[in-house]
Design a protein around this ligand. Structure first.
Ligand code: K7E
Ligand code: CUA
Length: 657
């Protein structure tokens, strides 16, 4: 057994040598160097108990220093409120983008531009400052149904917010709070040309964040699909041109946008059409069982292009200044239609050609494949088998589907390879199920470790997926890693899907929050800047009016307002000595006048909770009250040069007499 294994390892190494253009030949040609290293490798395999499959996986994923990844994943950082950027196939963490949570390295939320982004995401009328988020579904911007590498959108389930990240500098630019709903889940999904970023609610609540007793759940609680208008040139959501579609108080879950054949439509699965509200102490069943009584829930189908036209025609009602198309309009106008789904489903995933919508069974062993053509024909013909309590038409289930796939225990989400196969995450069974989109038969299953939630594919949500990798986003990792206490990391597992059998290639523990979805884009589609044009304010993407040029550094006082115009360059700040009086308002305008790649400075003042990152060319405006007297060192927080420690100064606050 062992010798056979080692024999094929030699063949594998030969292949590897060819693949990497190695000049030293192979064991079959008798090169001494390779023979010695093969012998060494054989020994390593034995000592480390590595199988041939392990070595192959290592060869397929290992990136020697300097070799770059082919793909980049943008993954939800879960409760961390951030986005993880991961290289594929190496599964190396490249960055954590600060989004909803203050992040010190990027100087996000410690005095600089990030404070303003975070402030934009607050609901001040509610009076609570939010410093975290439950990040679920990052989605890349699209042009003609293909990732264009320009922007990234993500939702905060807990507080119903959407964030916009600009991939020209990988910085969060905008957070928009939803004024109408109390939690979201079906977001952030984009329309194929990114006209809209979609956010649909999860747990129903009175629209506009009002109070209504739970006994009025059926009459006053509602869901909502929000269509956030996106301006691709400015790279910002335009709140005033955004609108919503009222939904019944079922618990809307995952959403996906139609494309190609189904362009112009949105699909949202749901659960709890029972409208259970819990109340265990009052003698009611908990939501988990109350919501699982009916045999079916509803797939919601929204014709968003028609909804948009109706909103523009003045058919919407204003709630808290937001235009909302109500159900008494959307039902009769065939804008909102329901289709039965098997009980408590999860995931609604449109195929790359837009023809089918796959809904995972969750509590059912099937995935249901709905046919868009059939759905559309029924809607247009006005055929329905009944209406729900809100007057919304319900299509006959049997006439809407192309079939059902017997998947296994707990199917959730489905992604595609663009070669005719679908890959469904199967939570309870802890497998990835690969199935044929034509025959609707499972053709391969791969065990993953453990309890896979989402699954993602290379270019997976585009009209033309790449079919090279999928990643299993596993919720549990029980015996996979060194014990680090009772809070275990989640586990991303890279799976090769180029051959008929799936192959597990690498594990990546995720030690920051519980991630949900992620998307994977070809790395060469990302074209971020390497340095900022001199004096750029990342909030506006423009040269700041207070940008400081070398030689123009100065301190100006008007009354008790002190303006400090400061520059940073290796290895000093100018000015490096600042004197103010206790109680003065300090407005620090700080420009990095570096233009060399990867020459980053930071800036902090002792005891003032100020810390900004100064990438080359970046400008920051920091305003604060000098309310603590003392002699405070200010210094550069990034090891920027041999004289980095010398890059410091004093910020003097003279006490009031
Ligand atoms: Cu399935 Cu919030 Cu996308 Cu997680 S959701 S698994
Ligand atoms: Cu600049 Cu350290």
């Amino acid at each position: 057994m062992k010798s056979k294994l080692i024999g094929s390892l030699a063949a594998l190494l030969t292949l590897a040598a060819f693949a990497y253009g190695c000049q030293s030949g192979s064991s079959t040609t008798g090169s001494t160097a390779t023979t010695q290293s093969s012998a060494g490798l054989k020994q390593i395999m034995v000592e480390r108990k590595l199988s041939e499959a392990d070595v192959e996986a290592a060869l397929l994923t290992y990136k020697p220093t300097g070799q770059k990844d082919e793909y980049v994943i943008f993954a939800s950082g879960g409760q961390s409120g951030q986005i993880l950027v991961i290289g594929v196939p190496s599964m190396r963490l490249l960055k954590v983008i600060a989004v909803f949570t203050p992040e010190p390295w990027q100087g996000y939320g410690y005095g600089g531009y990030g404070d303003k982004v975070l402030a934009g995401g607050q609901q001040y009328e509610i009076g609570q400052r939010l410093t975290w988020a439950d990040v679920h579904h990052p989605n890349l911007s699209e042009t003609k149904g293909d990732y264009d590498g320009r922007f990234l959108f993500v939702n905060d389930k807990a507080n119903a917010r959407i964030a916009v990240v600009d991939l020209s500098d990988f910085a969060t630019k905008q957070i928009v709070p939803n004024k109408l709903v109390a939690s979201d889940h079906g977001g952030a999904f984009v329309t194929p040309d990114n006209e809209y970023v979609i956010e649909t609610s999860q747990y129903p609540a009175p629209l506009g964040r009002e109070y209504a007793p739970i006994s009025e759940y059926k009459t006053r609680y509602r869901g909502l699909a929000m269509f956030w208008k996106f301006d691709k040139v400015k790279g910002r959501i335009i709140e005033s041109e955004s609108w919503g579609v009222e939904l019944p108080p079922y618990t809307q879950d995952l959403a996906d946008c139609g494309k190609l054949a189904s362009d112009g439509y949105v699909f949202i699965n749901s659960f709890n059409t029972e409208m259970a509200t819990g109340g265990i102490l009052e003698g009611n069943p908990p939501v988990e069982s109350g919501a699982s009584q009916n045999d079916t829930d509803f797939l919601h189908v929204i014709n968003w292009k028609k909804a948009e036209a109706l909103v523009k025609a003045g058919k919407a009602k204003e709630i808290k200044g937001v235009k909302v198309l109500m159900m008494d309009v959307s039902g009769p106008e065939k804008v909102l239609t329901l289709i039965p789904e098997h009980k408590s489903p999860h995931g609604a995933d449109v195929t790359p050609d837009g023809e089918d919508i796959v809904v995972g069974g969750k509590l059912d062993t099937h995935a249901t494949v709905y046919s868009f053509k059939k759905i559309q024909a029924l809607i247009e013909a006005g055929t329905h088998e009944g209406v729900d309590p809100y007057g919304l038409p319900i299509l006959p289930f049997k006439d809407t589907i192309r079939g059902q796939v017997e998947i296994g225990l707990g199917p959730l989400h489905t992604v595609y390879d663009g070669k005719g196969f679908a890959y469904t995450s199967v939570f309870i069974e802890s497998v990835v199920a690969k199935w044929d989109l034509k025959s609707l038969k499972v053709v391969d299953k791969l065990s993953v470790h453990y309890n896979i939630g989402h699954i993602l594919a290379a270019e997976g949500d585009t009209v033309s997926p790449d079919g090279k990798y999928v990643v299993a986003m596993n919720k549990m990792s029980i015996d996979r890693f060194a014990n680090i206490g009772p809070l275990y990391p989640q586990n991303f597992q890279l799976v090769g899907i180029e051959n008929s059998k799936m192959k597990l290639l690498a594990d990546m523990p995720i030690g920051i929050g519980e991630p949900h979805y992620a998307q994977m884009i070809k790395a060469d589609k990302l074209k971020p800047m390497k340095v900022y044009p001199m004096g750029t304010n990342p909030l506006t993407d423009e040269k700041d009016e207070f940008a400081v040029t070398p030689g123009k550094e100065r301190i100006e006082r008007k009354g008790n307002v002190v303006d400090i115009y400061m520059t940073a360059i290796r290895s000093h700040f100018t000015p490096d000595y600042v004197e103010v009086d206790e109680g003065d308002t300090v407005r620090l305008h700080l420009t990095s006048i570096e233009q060399a790649e990867d020459q980053v400075h930071g800036f902090t003042i002792d005891m003032y909770n100020i810390n900004v990152s100064l990438e080359p060319g970046k400008h920051e405006n920091i305003t604060f009250v000098a309310d603590k007297p003392g002699a405070f060192p200010m210094y550069c927080t990034e090891f920027c040069s041999a004289l980095h420690l010398e890059m410091m100064g004093y910020f003097m606050v003279k006490p009031k007499k």
